[in-house]
Design a protein. Structure first.
Length: 197
């Protein structure tokens, strides 16, 4: 059972209020299982929305922020625990070490960077955590289509793509995390010509 949930999401809210609404539904569902949320410690965007709501309903939050971001005054001051790191790399490593599961909500470059790093680490057997996308309002449809294209063109194993779980309903996503069993990853992901080795 996944109890320490690492959430990647935007430092913006997006143009559609549904992104905020679904983030709130997600954290309310996580609270039913007394999960801890690990996130980027921000007070703005979807990070701020989920943090404010989880605090309001009595949930526990762990924030991790690099020191150079502190002067920007974006750190959430209400969270129970906040770790300050020296770099972005240290931040991502610390967040991953504390987590049992990963969720990506809608976001920008940073969210995608973090998501794909965790998928890469899983492909390399560096962890066995569930990795999931909350595909609110079809936000990630184009990305999902491109991942399928990567499989078709021989740059990604279909079995490894299956490590990315996709849900559009927050409650269904939480149910998946609470009942997760690790997938078997394909370790030999490199092709040589037409022959698989």
């Amino acid at each position: 059972m996944s109890k320490n949930i690492l959430i990647y999401c935007g430092s913006s809210k997006g143009h559609n209020v549904v992104y905020e609404q679904e983030a709130i539904k997600l954290v309310r569902s996580l609270k039913k299982h007394d999960c801890k949320i690990i996130f980027g410690a921000g007070s703005v965007g979807l990070m701020g929305v989920l943090a404010d709501e989880y605090l309001r309903i009595g949930g526990e939050l762990i924030g991790v922020i690099p020191s150079f971001m502190e002067p920007w005054e974006v750190k959430h001051l209400g969270i129970q625990t906040c770790h300050v790191t020296q770099s972005m790399h240290e931040r991502k490593e610390m967040m991953a070490e504390m987590a049992d599961a990963v969720i990506a909500l809608p976001g920008g470059f940073g969210t995608l960077d973090e998501l794909f790093e965790m998928l890469t680490w899983k492909q390399l057997d560096l962890h066995q955590m569930p990795i999931s996308i909350l595909n609110t309002a079809h936000y990630y449809d184009h990305l999902i289509k491109h991942l399928d294209h990567m499989v078709q063109e021989g740059f990604l194993k279909e079995r490894n793509l299956s490590a990315l779980h996709i849900e559009s309903n927050p409650e269904d996503l939480v149910t998946y995390l609470m009942n997760y069993e690790p997938e078997k990853m394909e370790k030999k992901w490199i092709y040589r010509g037409k022959k698989e080795v």
